[in-house]
Design a protein around this ligand. Sequence first.
Ligand SMILES: Cc1cc2nc3c(=O)[nH]c(=O)nc-3n(C[C@H](O)[C@H](O)[C@H](O)COP(=O)(O)O)c2cc1C
Length: 307
Amino acid sequence: MSAEPDLTVDLAGIRMKNPVMVASGTYGYGPEYADLLDLGRLGAFVVKGIRIEPWDGNPPPRLVEVPGGLVNAIGLQSPGADKFIADYLPFLRAYDVPVIVNIWGRTIDEYERVAERLSAAEGVAGLELNISCPNIKAGGSSFGTDPRAAAQVTAAVRRRTALPLIPKLPPNVPDIGGLARAVAEAGADAVSLINTIPAMVIDTAARRPVLANVAGGLSGPAVHAVAVKLVWEAARAVRVPVVGMGGIVGAREALEFIIAGASAVAVGTANFRDPLAPLAVADGIRDYLVEHNFKSVRELVGTLRLP
Ligand SMILES: Cc1cc2nc3c(=O)[nH]c(=O)nc-3n(C[C@H](O)[C@H](O)[C@H](O)COP(=O)(O)O)c2cc1C
């Protein structure tokens, strides 16, 4: 019988039991799912986007199902940094899981303030810098789609935190490698991608957009093949680790990201159908490693054989 493969990952100093985290905005702040599984079995817990002050998000309807996925325009609803630290972080701290906080702001100053506040709190393992949300008018993807602005906000936050810093990149850019390089040179410790793809759904009977925000972001299986190409290009462009996400349903999609060069992966939309999906993905990665004689998941990263 072969030895148990090593699933552990060190993501820029964040020590994960396995390479599978939950994607921001798809697992709440922890308590929502804690009755269903031991959160300590996740590779990492990525919290829904936090802003320095509370934020209501967009008016409803803000979520619609489409073939192969969801279009959402939640608009980064957030309890604010102080409430998160007081009410949610102590709950998450009780689990043996790294907590990565996804942060956002409308201005660089807001990004700096939320990063500083969270860095002073006990129990935050890393910051995922959301510069790629398509659903808000100021901030979000207006930073992420321009490499210079992305580098500027990354450098500004870098000066305010010693925590591992992981800018989250948007898919709708002409040169994802150049964008990944820009944030890495500005001090990012890792990059994650993809955020949702700008999208829109029309109610033909009413001739109105289905979402109150008019447009939203597409996620789920429909985006997966797009995400694989972008993760592959980003991983080739930078030396920092890459977190791959977009349309993971089972181990196969996660393995594609890892083979393309991702050191870790995140499961998002699939959690709404099956909150235990991240555990099944980790088990499936383990089975693949056994079957293909890999001693460690780290050996599999970036092993794509090109024709
Ligand atoms: C309902 C919903 C809310 C989301 N909220 C956030 C968020 O707050 N911050 C963020 O960076 N990404 C957010 N995302 C994007 C996901 O983290 C992920 O990048 C994207 O959905 C692609 O992965 P998936 O296809 O597995 O869902 C959200 C996605 C969904 C579906």
